[in-house]
Design a protein around this ligand. Structure first.
Ligand SMILES: Nc1ncnc2c1ncn2[C@@H]1O[C@H](COP(=O)(O)OP(=O)(O)OP(=O)(O)O)[C@@H](O)[C@H]1O
Length: 364
């Protein structure tokens, strides 16, 4: 088993990526004007999304997922780093705010479809507005109407629902309209921040299938933000795990979620209902971790403060076959122990280490 360290650029994708995030950081000042307190919500994020690819970003509440989405969508100003869309650094191109060109390239779909639709307007209004702001100019009324109906059909809704008000639609239908509105501008990238978490379980799958269809048929790239690992496995080509504002593991979804190498990823996976791992979920441990993530600026798994974890940032290690682009950033990773299961499973951690429980559960 080779013990290889990899750099971000070693994770190769063919062609110019749809979205490339390089060294993105975000620090929020806390307290008043003269306070020096701050919270580091993001640190050194490198993430690449190829054309026609869906990448899931998973992590606990407070790990920084929404801050990353808001920075990439230019709703929040990053403290450092670069954001490239189709190879162009949009932070340099549009220095002060997102331009119309940027909004045409990248659209966001939020968690709450109702919150983003004014109840006084019909669906027709929302879609026409997006077409007018970002769409191709010079469309006749007939062409516009035809495009509106096409958008409704694309997202699986009846064209006559263009006359409906938001309250007349179900949550799933409203989320489809939100997606249609994003599609109206013909974006290259959609950032979907927990797009199904407020929907009934029965309609979630329909929205996920719609996102899949848009990738497969229109080549749209997506950053899918979720805390639901099962949906990440179902939808995303690759999954990236965010922990305390940093990406700690990334790989092809099926591989990463079957063989998580970082103790935090192992803990997340252990919480997914799976009859094969009955009894492995420890809610108390998970609640402790959540608290640690919210409070700590360090890796909550560092345990003994004398360990290397608390003093040095870990480098990336390749996990398994180099072709699967699966890496982990953790001092505790033992590549030579990774074959056939959890990377950390056969090399015990010190009993005092907070990750020990997760390791025992994962290898049980
Ligand atoms: N405007 C803000 N001011 C100060 N701190 C912030 C602000 N926005 C986010 N944070 C902090 O940044 C960290 C990351 O928050 P963020 O909302 O990005 O996490 P998240 O993973 O998206 O969580 P959730 O799933 O609950 O939305 C948290 O510690 C949060 O308290």
């Amino acid at each position: 088993m080779s013990h290889s360290l990899i750099t971000p650029s070693a994770v190769s994708h063919t062609g110019t990526p749809a979205l490339e995030i390089r060294g993105l950081g975000k620090t929020f000042p806390l307290g008043g004007l003269f306070s020096r307190d701050s919270v580091r919500a993001l640190h050194g994020i490198d993430l690449t999304i190829g054309k026609g690819e869906i990448v899931a970003l998973v992590g606990e509440s407070g790990s920084g997922k929404s801050t990353l989405a808001r920075c990439v969508a230019r709703l929040e100003k990053p403290s450092s780093g670069e954001i490239l869309i189709d190879g162009v650094d949009v932070l340099k191109r549009d220095r002060f705010q997102a331009s119309r060109a940027f909004r045409s390239q990248l659209q966001m779909v939020f968690q709450d479809p109702f919150g983003s639709l004014n109840p006084a307007h019909r669906m027709d209004h929302f879609l026409r507005r997006s077409l007018a702001i970002h769409g191709k100019s010079g469309r006749s009324e007939r062409e516009t109407q035809s495009r509106l109906e096409e958008l409704m059909t694309t997202v699986g809704l009846q064209a006559d629902m263009l006359n409906s008000y938001p309250h007349e639609l179900s949550g799933g239908q409203r989320q489809r309209v939100a997606i249609a509105r994003a599609l109206a501008v013909e974006p290259q990238v959609i950032l979907a921040d927990e797009p199904t978490s407020m929907l009934d379980v029965s309609v979630r799958i329909g929205v996920l299938n719609l996102m899949r269809k848009l990738r497969d048929e229109q080549g749209i790239s997506m950053l899918y933000i979720t805390h639901d690992l099962a949906s990440a496995r179902y939808l995303a080509d690759r999954t990236a795990v965010m922990f305390a504002g940093e990406l700690v593991e990334e790989g092809e979804s099926l591989d990463l979620l079957a063989n998580p190498a970082h103790p935090y990823a192992q803990l997340l996976v252990s919480a997914v209902p799976d009859p094969a791992r009955a009894g492995s979920y420890d809610p108390v441990r998970r609640a402790e971790l959540r608290k640690a993530v919210m409070a700590s600026q360090h890796c909550a798994f560092h345990g003994d403060p004398n360990q290397v974890c608390s003093s040095e940032k870990p480098v990336r290690h390749q996990v398994g076959d180099p072709d699967n682009h699966h890496w982990v950033r953790c001092h505790l990773y033992r590549p030579w122990a990774a074959a056939g299961g959890h990377a950390l499973a056969s090399e015990p951690l010190p009993p005092s280490h907070p990750a020990s429980n997760a390791q025992e559960e994962a290898s049980a």
